[in-house]
Design a protein around this ligand. Sequence first.
Ligand SMILES: Cc1cc2nc3c(=O)[nH]c(=O)nc-3n(C[C@H](O)[C@H](O)[C@H](O)COP(=O)(O)OP(=O)(O)OC[C@H]3O[C@@H](n4cnc5c(N)ncnc54)[C@H](O)[C@@H]3O)c2cc1C
Length: 672
Amino acid sequence: MRRQALPLALADGRRPEVTVISVNTVIVGAGAAGLRCAEALYDLGQRDLAVVFDHLGHGTSIDAGSDKQTYYKIGLFGDEPDSPMDFARSLFQGGMMHGDLAYVEGLGSAPAFFELCRIGVPFPQNRFGGYVGYKTDHDPRQRATSAGPKTSKYMAERLLEQVRLRQIPILDHHDAVRLLTLGDGAARRVAGVLCLHRDEHFREAYGLTVINARNVVLATGGPGELYRRSVWPHGQVGSHGLALAAGVVANNLTELQYGLASIGFRWNLSGTYQQVIPDYYSTAADGVSDRRRFLHDYFPDLPSLASAIFLKGYQWPFHAARLQDHGSSLVDLAVHLETEAGRRVFMDFMNNPSPAPGQPPFALADLQPEARRYLERSGALQSTPYERLRHMNPQSIELYAEHGVDLREPLEIAVCAQHCNGGLRGNLWWETSLANLFAIGELNGTHGVRPGGSALNSGQVGALRAAQYIARVYAEPPPSAGELLSAVSGQIADQLAEYDGWLRHSGGLALGPLRRSIQERMSRAGAQVRSLPVVEAALREARDLCRQIAADGIHCTTPRDLPRATQDKWLALTSVAFLEALRAYIERGGGSRGASMVLDPAGSLSVATRHGAILPHRPECLAHRGEILEVSLVEGSLCDVATVPVPVRPLPVDASWFETTWAAFCRGEIYR
Ligand SMILES: Cc1cc2nc3c(=O)[nH]c(=O)nc-3n(C[C@H](O)[C@H](O)[C@H](O)COP(=O)(O)OP(=O)(O)OC[C@H]3O[C@@H](n4cnc5c(N)ncnc54)[C@H](O)[C@@H]3O)c2cc1C
């Protein structure tokens, strides 16, 4: 890594100094994916690296989890056969996923997992050394494992140790604000990334730092800040808008996950939290008055209600198909409707679900067989949910206690956005549509509707694939700092001019309420319950916001506001892209699938309640599983987004022959 301070010649005669950092590859984002990529690049011989990020020690990998955070990998114990292709089939069958990418994730699963074991992530083994697994949702086998509630945190911590051991430069407090590009048409490629160095905000160029890199790996995670109701850690913005603005293609932006989470301390309420079957109730906005056991409106008796809560444990994300026949997603929907009506919802671990008037009291013996047998086998027959939780998973209680929350008190919850399966489109090496730009981890949109827990596997596999390609094909150094600076000075000058405007023009949009308005809109129109008129109205508002930002800017009172204002600008564009994808999908006849339901007065499905059928909605249109909606910004436009449905590529037939594979490998043909 080479660092220089160079003057930037501006049209108005000013020559502010900017720092230029030159490396072969810059990795933006230091979660589990970015850190793994840095480690792998180093081990593959590429030493000219830097990892940049906004806040070391924060991010989804470090700060998020659940009762037993799942790492979904290929089966590795006992007598149950598994194979990379079988693994691929499980990813592929949910739809909206290219078969070759599913196969790559299957093939890469064991190496990725064993690397994590090697560096000390404490995945449990039995005394034979077997990594014993369990089933997760949409999983035909026991492929899942877990290092406890903080699996991804342990991964990121161990990987950070590896990056430090290798003395790979780590640049903290750097926000990537813009991609720098060179060339036109097919020759267009990324040339680096422009960052705001927060510690240098007092300088003439506000801390703008040019990373002059042959390759940029974006590992910036998911767009958690898009939603008001979100269980992503605070502050997670991803970099979808930044990439879209550079012409990068995204896909599957319709596919996110939503589920029940606590909203004070943000945490997933999956697994044991539900399997111990706590009571649920709602209140008026004051959190006290008008207490109601609202779930009774959706279930005919207490055993079916309690069993649905139990099933939420491993059917955690909201799933449209589980709204029928007293399925477990009725719990999410009921919570959603309460909070939409301005009420507050709580889980109460000190009480079993209360019967409706005239119903017999709760009894474990009355539960449906699956739930009853599970609790019996686990020895969890204690009289209250709290005692059952303490027996089955004491760590899950300690985790809340660490954050000052006593689970003996009612816990406020909501249905929250949790994960984005879609993201930037990548090829077999996780390279995006812009040459030399890679997107790995949650930012990469390989998945459609997928088995629970497969995000972490995908992030690790993609990180290694990108590293392999870069080390082998894109190993040359970047141009000199001076050369790069003169080639992209216009792009840097544009950025500087935008910031000058935001700081000088007091008529810009107020920064404070800006993000909230984006989040309100996305939680209303782009979450688990969707409908065409609401999405269309939200899309108009989102576009207006982008135009307003371009015309009037965002009013910043100090350069310290610039990172947040830039994030908001990109979030506004991201929300347009997500909403346009939803609009196009619904307009094309797309139905309720995965983690969302599509309301339609003419829909053939509805939700049965004690007071009659509500929420007519469309069933899933299975044909849509065979296509992926690609999304890109129309060239030269501010916020016009084009969508193109693309057929999924099938699962490959891999009949490779060793001798020819070896030869192709040695000649580097596998990268072409
Ligand atoms: C509550 C919850 C539970 C989950 N449970 C599971 C599970 O059981 N199994 C599973 O497989 N997955 C799970 N996930 C998903 C999984 O944890 C994430 O997908 C994964 O950790 C993301 O890793 P990443 O490296 O891609 O991104 P992150 O860990 O989010 O790292 C991205 C980093 O980039 C930084 N960054 C972002 N933008 C910029 C910028 N412009 N400039 C500089 N830095 C930037 C961020 O601050 C962050 O540090 C869960 C997620 C949540 C929220």
